[in-house]
Design a protein around this ligand. Structure first.
Ligand code: ADP
Ligand code: MG
Length: 272
């Protein structure tokens, strides 16, 4: 079943001279790990916000679970979809646990009391995100990577069906980047979550995602399985840099994923 269906969706910011999204048509199936790729400014964040119903499209239709996304109430949608935005100010001095508890608002209401279920959800979310021992720390004194995991925990505490993440691994070292991709895979494969993730890590997207959409200047340049999207021609063209695409077999699995190696020196200068 398609959870998200976008048909001919365009979006233009008030101040902009060209659309940030230009006639996007795509479906996200339930249980998919769907990766949104594309250079800076290609429309990834805008696409996620349109899917979440945060931005109203200027043309086309967006449906979530068969219903127009605009017809979902904010709190109703928050029980279904959790969003981890690219960056957010964390100015208030509060503990990690208090921030993760905010993920329960759609269930408890803003002034609602935390019940036993809520506490279990918060504990479980902190465990999964690998921050169980950070609960009493102030969110102001965390490293970039810790902060990012706290935000993922807050989203999991929401107990959604769908997790939408905007460049969740941008601040993470190799270990936590891998853990984040492993977590996204586990959520989709073992817990029938649907995950939509915007990322610049083409190689991990190719290994972990079931479907990829490659954006370029607001339109879809390619969409499909990793081997259909991650080609030297498409990646080289969209990112304006020559690349080699090799293939990596996951140990003993027989599954091969395309992997991008950007070229340097002479090969790169031949570009201009
Ligand atoms: P990405 O996430 O792929 O980097 P964005 O969706 O943030 O891309 O941006 C797509 C395009 O929309 C870019 O050209 C960007 O400059 C423009 N844009 C983004 N936010 C705004 C805004 N609030 N007002 C005007 N233009 C914007
Ligand atoms: Mg972005």
């Amino acid at each position: 079943m398609s959870l998200f269906e976008l048909k001919d969706v365009s979006y233009q910011y008030a101040a902009a001279t060209r659309p940030a999204l230009d006639r996007i048509t795509l479906n996200v199936e339930e249980g998919a790990l769907f990766a949104v790729l594309g250079p800076n400014g290609s429309g990834k964040s805008t696409l996620l916000r349109v899917m979440l119903g945060e931005l109203e499209t200027s043309a086309g239709s967006v449906t979530y679970a068969g219903r127009s996304s605009a017809s979902w109430g904010r709190r109703e949608i928050a029980t279904q979809i959790a969003f981890v935005p690219q960056a957010e100010p964390m100015a208030f001095p509060m503990t990690v646990r208090a921030l993760v508890e905010m993920g329960r608002y759609p269930h408890t209401g803003i002034l609602g009391r935390m019940g036993a279920d809520d506490r279990i959800a918060v504990d479980g979310a902190m465990e999964r995100a690998g921050i169980a021992d950070l609960g009493s720390r102030s969110i102001r004194n965390l490293s970039g990577g810790e902060r990012q995991r706290v935000r993922i925990a807050r989203a999991l505490a929401q107990e959604p069906r769908i997790l939408v993440l905007d460049e969740p691994t941008a601040a993470l070292d190799l270990h936590f980047e891998m853990e984040t991709f492993e977590l996204m895979r586990e959520l989709t494969e073992e817990r029938s979550f649907t995950v939509v993730v915007a990322t610049h890590n083409l190689n991990l997207a190719a290994r972990y995602a079931s479907r990829l959409a490659l954006l370029a200047r607001g339109h879809i340049e390619a969409i499909g399985a990793p081997e259909d999207v991650i080609t030297a021609d498409k990646i080289g063209r969209v990112y304006r840099w020559p690349v080699l695409v090799t293939s990596l077999e996951e140990q003993g699995s027989g599954v091969e994923s395309p992997q991008v190696v950007p070229l340097s020196g002479g090969a790169a200068s031949a570009l201009s």
